[in-house]
Write a protein that binds this ligand. Structure first.
Ligand code: PLP
Length: 413
């Protein structure tokens, strides 16, 4: 036992101050409470995390087969930016998506997009540098910007306009310290998909304020109703764009940890940033090699996710169900998601006397054993939203929405 010098007291070990403003509630306090309940043998219906495997969405056999076949070649570290075949496949995918000016060296493979989001922010932000991030957001973006010493500034996405980013709000939030803007398209948690005109307006905004664009497109292959995804980078070859994508969602393999980021457009003013990214990439040695071995298999040819997204497909039918079932509950309204597998319903706080969304979600969890995530977990500042993951089968979604309707019929916060 050691004493803290001179004080006579044993010291405690606190988290570092770097984490003071870091918040990642998707796996936060509400989930901890659910885990406690599960440990006490209480059955919880989990609508809180975009993990495909527990809901019966499995990695395509072809991927598993090719990964197994390549396992013997995957025991060593790879090049720190990634295996050649993986980066080549990502480069070709970038060409299909019309990303301008992409060479193989512009591609960094990562242990999921998550690692690369952190890396991109660490290499980019100095203390106090501002970056525009959507509200609501996928909270890793805000957390990673904070941890990197930057200042996330949230621009509003407008529920009354399909959850599209509010350009007027962006204009209000930009300052001389703003260096970049993040978009998440298709969006988690709202399911919004951005049309070309909007992307052009965002690009024009970035151009006017000399910002780097960070575009998280991990759901770009999970779209409904025959829609097409447009990468913002394809619309602004004169700007530096960093595009993020991966296989966790489209190929139902989040546990294999496979993502990438791709720099494109005008890289001429980013020599220093690129040097920083190369250093960070070298420091982690390389991304998980077995998963890199199947990127070519995954991106080439047949896309098995397509079948899930059309009428009769599981994701399509689950989206149809959740959209209607939530809107049928008095005091709840939801915009129809266009991509991914989330929605972000609004709840009438006046009607139910809700002032704290976390309390509402906890009350619902205790009473009805269904786990949601409060809006504030996505940096949404009002207590009037929560996120639903509609990966569970329709019969489970029916149970969950039935319980929500029952719960709300007598709930007063
Ligand atoms: N970006 C978004 C918008 C996400 O929803 C997720 C996961 O849910 C990620 C990034 C991270 O994905 P991964 O690290 O599995 O590639």
């Amino acid at each position: 036992q050691h004493e803290k010098e001179g004080t006579g007291k044993l010291r405690t070990f606190e988290k570092s101050h770097k984490l003071d403003n870091v918040c990642y509630d998707v796996r936060g306090p509400v989930v901890e409470e659910a885990d406690r309940m599960i440990a006490n043998n209480i059955n919880i219906l989990k609508l809180n995390i975009g993990n495909t495997a527990p809901f019966g969405f499995h990695t395509p056999d072809e991927i598993i087969h090719d990964m197994q076949m390549n396992l013997v070649n995957a025991e060593g570290y790879s090049d720190s930016k990634g295996v050649f075949s993986a980066r080549k496949a990502v480069m070709q995918y970038g060409q299909i998506k019309k990303l301008p000016n992409v060479q193989i060296n512009d591609i960094y493979m990562g242990n999921g997009v998550s690692e690369l989001i952190s890396m991109a922010m660490q290499g980019f932000l100095n203390d106090g540098d501002e970056i525009l991030i959507p509200s609501p957001d996928y909270p890793l973006w805000t957390a990673a910007a904070n941890l990197a010493g930057g200042k996330p500034v949230h621009y509003i996405c407008d529920e009354s306009a399909n959850w599209y980013p509010d350009l007027a709000d962006m204009e209000k939030k930009v300052t001389s310290r703003t260096k970049g803007i993040v978009i998440i398209n298709p969006n988690n948690p709202t399911g919004a998909l951005y049309p070309k005109e909007l992307l052009e307006q965002i690009a024009e905004f970035a151009r006017r304020h000399d910002l780097v664009i960070f575009s998280d497109e991990i759901y770009d292959r999970l779209l409904y109703d025959g829609q097409k995804h447009i990468s913002i980078a394809s619309l602004c070859p004169d700007l530096l764009c960093v595009t993020f994508n991966g296989l966790s969602k489209s190929h139902r393999m989040p546990g294999f940890r496979c993502g990438w980021m791709c720099l494109c457009g005008d890289k001429s003013r980013a020599k220093g940033y690129i040097e920083g990214l190369n250093m960070l990439s070298s420091m982690r040695l390389c991304a998980n090699v077995p998963a890199q071995m199947i990127v070519q298999t995954a991106l080439g040819g047949y896309q098995s996710s397509d079948e899930l997204l059309v009428p009769g497909g599981r994701l399509f039918e689950q989206r149809e169900f959740i959209y209607k079932a939530l809107n049928d509950i008095p005091g709840i309204s939801v915009v129809k998601p266009q991509g991914a597998f989330y929605c972000f319903p609004k709840i009438d706080c006046k009607k139910y006397n809700i002032t704290d969304d976390e309390k509402f979600v906890l009350d619902f969890l205790h009473e009805e054993k269904v786990l949601l995530v409060p809006g504030k977990g996505f940096n949404w500042m009002e207590p009037d939203h929560f996120r639903v993951v509609y990966l569970p089968a329709v019969q489970d979604l029916r149970m969950a929405t039935g319980r929500l309707a029952r719960f709300l019929s007598s709930y007063r916060g």
